[in-house]
Design a protein around this ligand. Structure first.
Ligand code: HEM
Length: 123
């Protein structure tokens, strides 16, 4: 079993290729170490370096990555953002309301033609 590591945005931002030789990216709630992918990335190393230590969710999505690219992305996952920082996700919807419970009400009693004017076919 692999345990999930949680990182703060601050911790991720330190891995920007300058302070360390590592390059980490945030994509959605995941944290990815793409250091070993710099040379291989078909979009070039510059784009990864540009987002080093930062949230690259929009950049990743805007560049129409294939499902293969998404699978590959998961192979670089080292953990995820800690709960406190998830609240600041640009793309997250802030829904605090509990799921709506729809009350099931009995349908209004059907009127039968017997109770009003007889149609002549029933009863
Ligand atoms: C770990 C993160 C990433 C992975 C695994 C990844 C993977 C890939 C792969 C496999 C391709 C080839 C086309 C495809 O299959 O979709 C690709 C292309 C591309 N990627 Fe990424 N990518 C990552 C992050 C990024 C980021 C952050 C950007 C930022 C702008 C980016 C920009 C591009 C661009 C522009 C192309 C097109 C290159 C071309 O067609 O010449 N990628 N990427």
């Amino acid at each position: 079993m692999t345990e999930t590591s949680y990182f703060s945005r601050e911790e991720v931002s330190k891995n920007d290729g300058k302070n360390t030789s590592k390059i980490w990216l945030i994509i959605k709630e995941g944290v990815y170490d793409v250091t070993s992918y710099l040379e291989e990335h078909p979009g070039g190393r510059e784009l990864l370096e540009e987002h080093a230590g930062k949230d690259a969710t929009k950049a990743f999505n805007d560049n129409g990555h294939s499902s293969d690219a998404r699978k590959k992305l998961e192979s670089f996952r080292i953990g995820q953002l800690q709960a406190d920082d998830l609240k600041n996700l640009g793309s997250s919807k802030t829904s605090t309301s509990a799921p709506r419970v729809v009350e099931h009400t009995e349908p209004a009693q059907k009127k039968s033609c017997m109770s009003t004017i007889s149609c002549g076919l029933c009863g």
